[in-house]
Design a binder for this molecule. Structure first.
Ligand code: GYE
Length: 356
């Protein structure tokens, strides 16, 4: 790979030339975009000096193009990368927060290429539109690893491996849970009205969860999906969408939120409209991710169930990188095992052990 050990002489020469050019990069954003890198982002670099920019002795330089900071899940995912890709562990991490915009992620990837990082890791905002930039990474000889969400590319040699959740299965597990819950309540044959607060449209977590639920809807002719709208995976938008659903429909039985944070917003909207939710309420609310706050919401009696999606991908991506470094082959598609949680369980004890 491109990792090079710079001689003391070269470093001294670069320092001198940078000083002559006015003191180096002046702390500018290495991605050159309007994104907001995290405060503890690894050392910034100078776009004008691509040669040796990402050089850091024996450290493996990893550029991570992160989606944003839209949810508790995402915060846990960022933390997982930052605590894994440390200098102590032999890495230099260049972290970029794309603020949920694909154009920012493309800019970040181009910046990583220019900085000659050793690996590019992407959690793609949406599935499509990546071919060109991935070709650029391939031409530069930089391996790309996908984590969390998927990319829809015709040539799968454009990335080394992907690791994440099985979103279709998560959606199907959700549908099966709803069926069993309604059956237990003696409502198995009742007309059931549902609404979905979707994730970011085109994100594979949205596409897969919607598809999984759609598969289960086909099995229940008495279930009706009244409406589906995107809550962008955020609490604020989840609340807004639920407010509008409640204005349009007065007989909602089930709300499917494509992440926990949207559910927190939806629950606020339901309460503000004078209705109740949860196991003893008017409306059944279910969501995805299973972050700690979802357990608190279930314990409070607001949320009925949450379908797990594990965000702790830092060590998984590090394992892939270590295998590639050792010249070993890696599995192209790596699904993480996931579960679900509902109010019939001992949530306090599970929460006490929960990592995110
Ligand atoms: O469900 C949501 C986050 O892609 C699986 O993104 C991830 C999703 C997760 O914003 O909370």
């Amino acid at each position: 790979m491109k990792r090079k050990v710079l001689s003391a002489f070269l470093i001294a020469a670069m320092t001198l030339s940078m000083a002559a050019c006015g003191g180096g990069n002046g702390g500018s954003d290495s991605t050159g975009g309007d994104s907001a890198p995290a405060a503890d982002e690894a050392e910034d670099t100078d776009d004008a000096e691509p040669e040796g920019d990402a050089d850091s002795g024996e450290l493996i330089t990893v550029g991570y193009a992160q989606v944003g900071a839209e949810s508790d899940w995402r915060t846990a995912n960022t933390e997982s990368f930052k605590s894994t890709f440390t200098e102590e562990n032999g890495y230099k991490l260049i972290f970029d927060d794309a603020q949920q915009k694909q154009e920012n992620q493309i800019k970040a990837i181009r910046s990583f290429i220019q900085q000659e990082v050793d690996y590019i890791v992407v959690a793609p905002v949406v599935e499509t539109g990546w071919e060109t930039v991935l070709e650029e990474a391939k031409e530069a000889g930089i391996p790309v690893i996908l984590s969390d969400r998927m990319m829809d590319v015709s040539d799968d040699s454009l990335f080394e491996a992907w690791v994440g959740g099985n979103f279709v299965l998560e959606g199907e597990t959700c549908g099966d849970w709803i069926a069993e819950y309604l059956e237990d309540q003696g409502r198995g044959d009742e007309e059931i009205n549902m609404v979905t607060i979707q994730g970011t449209i085109g994100a594979s977590a949205q596409v897969g969860r919607t598809e999984g639920m759609a598969n289960k809807l086909k099995e229940h002719s008495n279930w009706k999906m009244l409406d589906m709208q995107s809550g962008e995976f955020t609490q604020a938008k989840g609340q807004e969408v639920m407010e509008s659903f409640l204005k349009s429909y007065d007989d909602i039985d089930v709300v499917i939120c494509e992440n926990d944070n949207e559910a927190f917003g939806a629950i606020d909207a339901i309460k503000a409209a004078g209705k109740s939710c949860g196991p003893d309420g008017d409306i059944i609310v279910v969501s995805f991710d299973s972050v700690k706050a979802a357990f608190e919401s279930m314990i409070a009696g607001d949320l009925n169930a949450t379908f797990e999606c594990n965000p702790l991908h830092g060590p998984r991506v590090a394992e892939i990188i270590q295998k590639l470094e050792a010249g070993e082959t890696v599995d192209k598609i790596q699904y993480v095992d996931e579960s679900y949680f509902d109010t019939s369980m001992d949530l306090e004890s599970i929460l006490a052990e929960r990592a995110y």
